[in-house]
Design a protein around this ligand. Structure first.
Ligand code: SAM
Length: 465
């Protein structure tokens, strides 16, 4: 199904109450879920404005066969989005009405005494998507290419490369066709917000992954050495799994689990495209995976990114669930505690990263605290990424070892990360104190990821244009 028809179908589903935006987008089977999600989210955000434009230009009266939701999507993209890059016969139809729609838009701006499109939105709609300020982050897939080659590629496409950023403010100031290397993560390029690479050759060929910076933290901080056995417990749609595979250099073994068939299908396609090998994908409730199964006897690293309220996702739009009820939050936190406890029961486990895209302390610091207490002195919290500016809420002594991320502070989606490590046998360590030493052979003493700049390894494989 084409993008515009898929977006219109999601909008219709939302109106009928068939589900939330994420569910409907995933269920649509449209291959580029993020592109579809972004289009639906933005169309919804502009919905009141679009309704005025459609009425003012009498578009639905003139085009009786045009379904109203499809009309909204087309007019959104024509006037506020990418200017109708696809759409076939619908594109031609919308373009026939372009002059009238543009005149209506101008009239609306005069009427509301504003000059920018954004100013037409009600304050809540204008304020809600911090998404419009979050840059486009591009993770270079080092299984297929290297940072230098990707930089060259974008330069050849007319982008100006400004070098490595020195501050978050530099990222915030990005505009036009300019890009930077991120200051925190070594394989991350940063472009201005709204830059869309979903149709870019590098994306469609799996050379780059479009992934928010905060969501790159878990794999980066887990940092398994090549050859390790790793579990990704709640893995779909698999961005973090592909990041883990890149860090492992496809050497070792990833056991990835998820309960959702559709998300697993998307994940399988994504991992193939990203050139990931050496993974076993299972549709299984992670809570039923037996830690004593000899298959997992060499699992030393585990990434746990369980279902959460998603309250940190800044593309929240009308039609999505509002703040979770206390009951839902309690249920989520209960699941998160159970799954974290279960994850820590793998016998050879040395290091675990727990992450959510939730802002709620109940799903974050409180979960980590409760499980650490239950573990006694078996595991402790690592002082993760000391140079990261935004720390865990002071919910318990040592909670500042955790990381938080937000559009305002780190120019990312809202996120939470905690890194746990098994205490060395015989070392009577309190459960929450940071550790400095690292037994991972990939890192030297004191080189916790994020503690010091890493030298980048540049692979030689060239990207064909
Ligand atoms: N880590 C993923 C990524 O980076 O692409 C995102 C994971 S998403 C936040 C949470 C996932 O957990 C969902 O895909 C959901 O289907 C899955 N999930 C929920 N309960 C689960 C369970 N008991 N066992 C395994 N997966 C589960």
């Amino acid at each position: 199904m084409a993008l515009y028809s898929a977006a219109a179908a999601v909008l219709e589903g939302l109106e009928r109450g068939d589900g939330g935006i994420k569910t409907l987008v995933y269920n649509s089977r449209f291959p580029h879920v993020r592109q579809l999600y972004a289009l639906v989210a933005e169309t919804l955000r502009y919905s009141p404005v679009l309704e005025k434009l459609l009425a003012g230009a009498a578009l639905l009266q003139a085009e009786k066969k045009l379904p109203p939701q499809l009309a909204k999507v087309l007019v959104y993209d024509l006037l506020f989005g990418k200017g109708l890059k696809c759409g076939g016969r619908w594109k031609a139809l919308a373009r026939r009405h372009r002059a009238r729609l543009e005149a209506e838009l101008a009239r609306l701006k005069v009427q509301q005494k504003v000059s920018r499109n954004e100013d037409l939105l009600a304050p809540a709609q204008a304020a809600s998507p911090g998404a419009s300020q979050v840059p486009r982050y591009v993770r270079v897939n080092t299984l297929k290419t290297c940072v230098d080659d990707v930089i060259d590629f974008f330069k050849r496409q007319g982008y100006s490369y400004l070098g490595e950023a020195a501050s978050v403010e530099e990222l915030r100031a990005l505009s036009g066709k300019k890009f930077l290397l991120d200051l925190h993560l070594p394989e991350l390029l940063v472009f201005p917000p709204q830059t869309d690479f979903h149709d870019n050759l590098l994306y469609t060929s799996g050379h780059i992954i479009l992934q928010d910076k905060a969501s790159c933290l878990p794999a980066f901080l887990l940092s398994p050495a090549a050859g390790s056995h790793v579990i990704d417990a709640c893995a779909a749609p698999g961005n973090k799994t592909s990041h883990l595979a890149a860090l492992l250099k496809n050497k070792g073994q990833i056991f990835a689990f998820d309960v959702d068939t559709k998300r697993l299908a998307t994940m399988n396609t994504m991992l193939m495209r990203a050139g990931v090998t050496g993974f076993q994908l299972a549709q299984q409730d992670f809570l039923t995976v037996d830690p004593r199964d000899p298959k997992y006897s060499r699992v030393t690293h585990l990434l746990l990114d369980p279902s959460c309220s998603g309250s940190g996702m800044v593309t929240r739009v009308p039609g999505e669930e509002a703040a979770p009820s206390p009951e839902r939050l309690q249920a989520l936190a209960g699941f998160q505690r159970r799954v974290l406890s279960h994850a820590l029961s793998f016998p050879a486990l040395r290091r675990l990263v727990y992450s959510t895209c939730s802002l709620h302390r109940e799903e974050n610091e409180d979960v980590v605290h409760a499980v650490l207490q239950e573990q006694g002195s078996a595991f402790r919290l690592v002082n993760a990424f000391p140079s990261w500016p935004c720390r865990g809420l002071a919910a318990f002594p040592g909670a500042e070892c955790c990381l938080r991320a937000s559009p305002a502070d780190t120019l990312t989606h809202g996120f939470f990360v905690a890194v746990l490590e098994r205490c060395r046998e015989g070392a009577a360590a309190p459960s929450i104190l940071p550790v400095a030493a690292e037994e991972n052979p990939q890192r030297r003493e004191g080189t916790e990821p994020g503690a010091a700049p890493k030298k980048r390894k540049r692979k030689k494989q060239r990207v064909k244009e």
